[in-house]
Design a binder for this molecule. Structure first.
Ligand SMILES: C[S@@+](CC[C@H](N)C(=O)[O-])C[C@H]1O[C@@H](n2cnc3c(N)ncnc32)[C@H](O)[C@@H]1O
Length: 539
């Protein structure tokens, strides 16, 4: 079991009918303390399994002291992320099999966060572990850089409350099949409050344990309650679903290579995005899945097999050493660059990272930025590449907007396509203090309920001047002030050098681009099940 799984309730635990709790826990003992623990555990169980809200569980409980019951149940809920983590680390749930999970959580709450001073009744079962639990608690406080429990964040602690996203692997399954399986297991497909990003997120925020939704932005992604664990589910074991954060699906979705194309995934391991690309390409064409790291490459190979990917070849190589002129790779029309980054957007990691001094942090970011920019520039130098997507799970502009801005400055053949052209339903862009910012996609953990992520789409630009045999010139961003100036369609404006610039031609070029944009039939919203047209492939 991985650490992350310690926060999950497994599917077997979740069915709405719910197995009854231990008899010993349920029966009235005449001991008010044991009885309140039992009642609180029942309420918690009902809430975690989606049968009731805290208020309705308390209301329906036969336990007479409602305020007492409310206090302990609500406080256990508020601290549940911490309690689960400590319980997992101490190995308590494996050692003490006489307690249901909910009862263990209530007792751990009272021992570590509450009032438990001595072992009485059922509390005796947890009292024996108090030393181990207290030790884990101290480590946990240290990890979270706080002195005592009152300083721990309540409820919506970052990183642990995002929904569970599963991507249907359309190579081996279909959304209908996955939906049917979920429904057979008692899950209920729900509609959003409104067909908008806001309406979708509002519904997701209050999603019950047994509900699921189709994702609003990414086709074939299903959204479930974070408590639901799919790691050992039959759908996962058979490769029919991929447990993948939604934000990380956006990079492949925006690259969106048509079936039959030649693609390089330049930093591919462990292959999550490669398998998504293969699914979007209907497993037709060629993906070179390149990665420097031999171990990760091996894992990727296994994983691609598991997901039924046959159109990809893994290559254990430094992408920078692959020559753009190499015949094997030079036909690539689409390249994904998802390089090593600080990972500062991955919310489950942010709490754990060691504190570095500001200077060390700056130096580290500069090194990463240099590597990332070298990789991106290399991708842009492939002779037939039409679209390059750059992505990171970092929230630092040094690794995001600055890399894209500088790489584009040094390459006059590419423009930044506004992500909104391909994913108009997504609301969330890059830092406006960079001219490229408004055209780049960003996801924000609190806003989008995903990891923090950054994606930029670059496309080969064919200037009219070149088409008409004029001298091609320097490409520069309009707005020397450094302010963002989205052009028509939102892309960063491209100016021809003054010597070649002809307003009439520029107008025609804009008209032509506008026409192309309105006739562009492709949209990222298309279902990956529908066949992409070959016309797009030629673009
Ligand atoms: C963020 S991970 C990629 C995750 C992957 N795209 C996925 O979705 O599963 C970055 C990867 O880049 C690889 N990498 C770093 N520098 C590289 C280089 N010069 N050439 C190829 N791979 C590189 C690392 O080994 C690492 O596996």
């Amino acid at each position: 079991m991985s650490e992350g799984e310690a926060n999950d309730v497994s599917l077997e635990d979740a069915p709405a009918a719910g197995k009854p709790q231990n008899k010993a826990e349920r029966s009235s003992t005449g001991d008010i303390t044991t009885d309140v623990y039992a009642a609180a555990a029942e309420c918690l169980d009902a809430v975690l399994k989606g049968r009731a809200s805290v208020k309705s569980a308390i209301f329906n409980s036969p336990f007479p002291e409602k305020r007492f019951l409310m206090a302990i149940t609500q406080k256990t809920m508020d601290n549940l992320v911490h309690i689960k983590r400590i319980a997992y680390k101490s190995n308590l749930l494996k050692q003490e099999t006489r307690l249901s999970k909910s009862m263990a959580y209530v007792l751990i709450y009272d021992l570590l966060f509450g009032e438990m001073k001595r072992a009485r009744g059922i509390a005796g079962l947890i009292w024996r572990y108090r030393k181990a639990l207290n030790e884990e608690m101290q480590k946990y406080l240290k990890e979270n850089e706080v002195q005592d429990v009152s300083q721990l964040k309540k409820g919506d602690q970052k990183g642990l409350q995002h929904p569970r996203y599963i991507r249907v692997n359309t190579i081996l399954s279909s959304r209908d099949e996955v939906e049917k399986t979920l429904k057979n297991e008692g899950f209920i497909l729900k509609e959003y409050e409104a067909q908008s990003q806001k309406g979708f997120l509002k519904s997701i925020r209050k999603m019950g344990a047994r509900s699921f939704y189709h994702d609003y932005h990414v086709p074939n992604v299903v959204v479930l309650n974070p408590m639901i664990n799919f790691y050992n589910h039959e759908l996962e074991k058979t490769g029919k679903i991929v447990v993948q954060d939604k934000a990380s699906c956006l990079a492949s979705l925006l690259l969106n290579p048509p079936a039959g194309s030649t693609v390089i995934d330049a930093c591919a391991a462990p292959g999550m995005k490669t398998s998504h690309l293969a699914a979007l390409m209907e497993n037709q064409g060629k993906i070179f899945a390149v990665d420097l790291d031999a171990e990760r490459c091996k894992r990727m190979e296994k994983s691609l097999q598991h997901y039924g990917v046959t159109c990809a070849t893994t290559i254990n190589e430094d992408f920078l050493k692959i020559s753009p002129q190499n015949e094997r790779f030079s036909a690539a029309s689409h390249i994904l660059v998802d390089p090593t980054c600080s990972g500062s957007g991955v919310t489950s990691r942010t709490n754990k990272q060691n504190r570095q001094s500001k200077k060390e942090e700056r130096e580290r970011l500069q090194k990463l930025k240099h590597l990332q920019m070298t990789l991106l520039k290399h991708a842009l130098s492939f002779p037939n590449v039409q679209r390059v997507v750059y992505a990171t799970c970092s929230i630092s502009p040094e690794e995001d907007e600055e890399v894209v801005q500088e790489a584009l400055k040094s390459n006059s053949q590419f423009i930044l396509r506004p992500y909104s052209k391909y994913l108009p339903k997504w609301k969330g862009c890059g830092k406006p203090r960079y001219s490229v910012g408004p055209n780049c996609l960003r996801s924000f953990p609190e806003k989008h309920l995903t990891n923090g992520f950054f994606v930029a789409v670059m496309e080969r630009y064919v200037p009219l001047a070149q088409e008409e045999g004029l001298v091609d010139g320097e490409v520069k961003e309009v707005g020397d002030s450094g302010k963002a100036e989205p052009g028509e369609n939102g892309e960063v404006k491209i100016e021809q050098p003054v010597t070649d610039w002809n307003p009439a031609k520029d107008k025609r070029r804009k008209r032509k681009r506008k026409h192309e944009d309105t006739t562009e039939h492709w949209s990222a919203e298309k279902s990956s099940q529908s066949k992409p047209s070959a016309k797009r492939n030629k673009k």
